[in-house]
Ligand binder design. Structure first.
Ligand code: AMP
Ligand code: MG
Length: 340
């Protein structure tokens, strides 16, 4: 499946209308959002959902996030909307947060990966919201990369992965946030579990709801075995895997420099924050967690482009937005952490 004619569109109003026509006809469109590019199709149409899985090569038990253009649209899609969920949407939406709720009959099995829940997101990106409202239906949109490769944060990344596999790609420049949304589930008592960390952080949620009502799921910072039951099916898949073999080097700046400067392996690179003093060829991921989130996926693709075989990466912070960066890098590293 690599034989479609893929239109490259701009984010002008007239091109968004063209994209909406394609989506109304059951087609697929890669669209910019503030997190990463999404591979969008009609969330209410099982045929479109099936096409999304096929285009990405995504396992069909890994559910698709459903994107809406206004919060009022949620009521049709879920059978319960607890106060806590409403509070979270009011505080952080439109924005990079996805809340998992019991799905209504409107959401087909194909979209929810067979689960009885659905993840709902109201994106901050105005072009994404405009496209959804032009369609008149919600858009199911996982990240617009081939399953297993780093999430796309520019139209070029989408073009590389999806040319010939989708009907159109909207070029909306680089994504502001750069990592996927924070995914949360809310239980009957209103307690929240963070299934995937993102730009809306544990501390943001704890300040809103109280620390005793927020927890981080297992699997965010450790490996969950294939076959083990997990709250979020995406957790069990190896993600963001570049060709290069990455190891996270967990230690102080001095320890990192000392470790890396004793390495001479062929094709080895250092993945540094910024101004570390290293003798290996180095690629920078940025000094702040926000900058690292913005750059990480592009950097992972770049390392493949320059033929990196082995990569020694500085360990991102494990709090705030840093936890989202660490979680993605850990998966890219196949969970290889060298603790100094
Ligand atoms: P992506 O669409 O590529 O950003 O990945 C979406 C992530 O959200 C995956 O890790 C999914 O497993 C998770 N997710 C989406 N919907 C649900 C749901 N209903 N229950 C649990 N996890 C979900
Ligand atoms: Mg993804």
């Amino acid at each position: 499946m690599n034989d479609m004619n893929t239109l490259i569109l701009s984010d002008s109003d007239s091109d968004l209308r063209r994209a909406a026509e394609i989506l109304k006809n059951g087609g697929l469109c890669a669209m910019p959002t503030e997190t990463v590019y999404g591979l969008a199709g009609n969330a209410l149409d099982s045929g479109a959902a099936a096409k999304i899985y096929a285009a990405k090569g995504r396992p069909s038990d890994n559910p698709l996030i459903v994107h809406i253009s206004e919060l009022s649209r949620i009521h049709d899609l879920v059978t319960a909307f607890p106060d806590t969920a409403e509070k979270i949407f009011k505080a952080f939406s439109p924005g990079p947060v996805t809340v998992i709720l019991p799905r209504s009959h409107k959401i087909p099995d194909a979209t929810s990966g067979g689960l009885d829940t659905v993840g709902i997101r109201l994106p901050a990106d105005k072009r994404a919201r405009k496209l959804i409202s032009l369609c008149g239906f919600p858009l199911a949109a996982p990240s617009a990369n081939l399953s297993g490769s780093p999430s796309p944060t520019s139209a070029e990344h989408c073009i590389r992965d999806l040319m010939g596999r989708v009907d159109c790609i909207i070029d909306g420049g680089k994504c502001a946030v750069g990592v996927e949304s924070t995914v949360l589930s809310v239980d009957r008592d209103g307690d929240v579990t963070v299934l995937r960390p993102g730009f809306v952080t544990y501390n943001d949620l704890a300040s809103l709801l109280g620390e005793e009502h927020v927890r981080l799921a297992r699997g965010i910072t450790e490996r969950v075995d294939e076959g083990e039951k997990v709250l979020s099916p995406g957790m069990k898949y190896r993600h963001y895997a570049p060709d290069a073999d990455i190891a996270i080097i967990d230690g102080s700046r001095e320890q990192f420099e000392c470790f890396v400067n004793s390495r001479r392996d062929e094709g080895a690179f250092a993945l540094i924050f910024g101004d570390e003093n290293v003798q290996l060829p180095a690629v920078k991921m940025g000094l702040t967690s926000e900058e690292q989130a913005h750059l990480l996926f592009d950097v992972l693709r770049h390392l493949d482009d320059i033929g990196a075989k082995r990569v020694y990466a500085r360990c991102p912070r494990k709090t705030g937005v840093g936890l989202a960066v660490y979680n993605r890098l850990l998966r890219a590293a196949g969970f290889e952490v060298i603790k100094l």
